[in-house]
Write a protein that binds this ligand. Structure first.
Ligand SMILES: Cc1ncc(COP(=O)(O)O)c(C=O)c1O
Length: 414
């Protein structure tokens, strides 16, 4: 049989919609300057789908530093992996500044968050070790665990009783194998906005011996009194053994980092395969990240503005009876009950008639017959943007409730 035969018949959970969806629901093109108002499908839309939480992506000081660094260094330097020929003073300076900011002894830069955390997980574990992790952990954690040759136990999302149950099983097994235990959770869960129960997990350290790894992609820059993340927000940062975040959200760039003790970071430097066998971050990215970190630290007004928008948006949605789940972070989900057909009609209505662009999440990310519209407030939004959006949401919710949307998937190519 032709290897490719199955690509035609089993296209995957999302791939099955590719023909109808491509270019509109999936792979849409947002044009124009990064801002709350961009162009989509020839129309100006109010954009709620960019993780540019602090609005740094298009900040004039950052654009200037990015451009100057690109002019001075180009995108090639340094060549090679950090270990071979790709290390610089600036890479080390960024690591030192990140360590100081997240209050850890040491930091390792990662050329992409996804590969970086995957290799962090992979290199920290051997076949004797046991992992206990949240069922809603990001795909990069799951993929890191796919390489794990030992046992792993998953616990129900943010369910601390179940987490403890799995820890009991893990402890029994680890005693037999002679391995250790790693617990993995997100700081802020990127889909639902729920804050991980880090305080409760940390308390379990009194009863069980384990290390804690936190993926704080959505918490870094947004949570905590200085923006140092969910550990700072919950006042348990010192109990997080391995702290990870990406530059792809609040820092509005690319790349990532992992922070821990010097011992752990030195081990990771010499063992993370995705970093040892891949090119180091280009200089403009590193210099741009230094500038972003400076603004993140020294201009709290961006975080304050973000939270003004978050409170207005989430408060307004709740007042109007929308189900926004348990978010305690800027991530703002709106759960609605609808079929795939109705969802597509609603999204087209939002985008084409009401000029609101947000992401839509369907099964298998959320249960069947539930849809989630995911809004990401940022410091670039205004209170007027929030009002416009709340009115638009009232309209689409009314139509959905009164079955005014057709059941067929809206064919955007027709
Ligand atoms: C929770 C979480 N972890 C890790 C990543 C991966 O980071 P990166 O985009 O730097 O590969 C993402 C997405 O960006 C994420 O949302």
């Amino acid at each position: 049989m032709d290897l490719f035969e199955k690509l035609r018949t089993a296209k995957g959970a999302l791939g099955q919609y590719s023909e109808e969806a491509h270019g509109y629901y999936t792979f849409p093109k947002l044009r124009g300057e990064l801002s709350a108002h961009m162009e989509f499908n020839g129309k100006k839309v109010l954009t709620w789908s960019l993780n540019n939480y602090l609005g740094l992506g298009n900040h004039p000081e950052i654009r200037k530093v990015d451009a100057e660094a690109a002019a001075e260094w180009g995108l090639a330097y340094p060549m090679g992996s950090r270990m071979m020929s790709g290390n610089t003073d600036q890479h080390e300076q960024l690591e030192a500044e990140l360590s100081a900011f997240v209050k850890k002894e040491d930091t390792v830069l990662l050329n992409f968050g996804y590969q970086g955390i995957l290799s962090t997980v992979d290199s920290l574990l051997n076949r004797k070790d046991v992992v206990v992790y949240d069922e809603q952990a990001h795909a990069c954690i799951i993929d890191g665990l796919r390489m794990h040759l030992g046992k792993r136990f998953v616990y129900k999302h943010n369910d601390i009783e179940d987490c403890e149950k799995q820890l009991v099983r893990a402890q029994k097994l680890a005693e037999k194998t002679g391995g250790g235990i790693l617990v993995i959770t997100e700081g802020v869960f990127g889909m639902s906005g729920t804050v991980g129960k880090l305080k409760e997990i940390v308390q379990l350290k009194e009863k069980y011996e384990f290390r804690l790894l936190v993926d704080d992609a959505h918490g870094f820059g947004t949570m905590g009194s200085t923006g140092a993340g969910t550990g700072e927000f919950l006042e348990i940062q010192d109990q997080i053994d391995v702290y990870f975040s990406t530059f792809a959200k609040s820092m509005a760039s690319i790349g990532a980092f992992v922070s821990s003790t010097k011992e752990v970071c030195d081990f990771l430097r010499y063992n993370m395969r995705s970093q040892i066998y891949a090119k180091s971050l280009p200089m403009p990215i590193v210099i741009g990240a230094l500038k972003r970190l400076e603004l993140l630290r020294e201009q709290p007004e961006h975080r304050e503005k973000l939270w003004t928008i978050v409170k207005a948006l989430q408060g307004g949605l709740k007042e109007r009876g929308f189900n926004i789940g348990n978010t305690q972070s800027p991530v703002s989900p709106v759960f609605l009950s609808a079929t795939i057909g109705e969802t597509s009609q609603l999204v087209v209505d939002l985008r084409e008639n009401l000029h609101i662009f947000c992401s839509v999440v369907i099964y298998p990310v959320v249960p069947k017959d539930v849809i989630m519209l995911r809004l990401i407030p940022t410091a670039m939004h205004s209170l007027e943007d929030v009002e416009t959006t709340l009115k638009a949401f009232e309209q689409v919710a009314h139509k959905l409730k009164n079955k005014l949307y057709a059941q067929e998937i809206y064919d955007i190519h027709a």
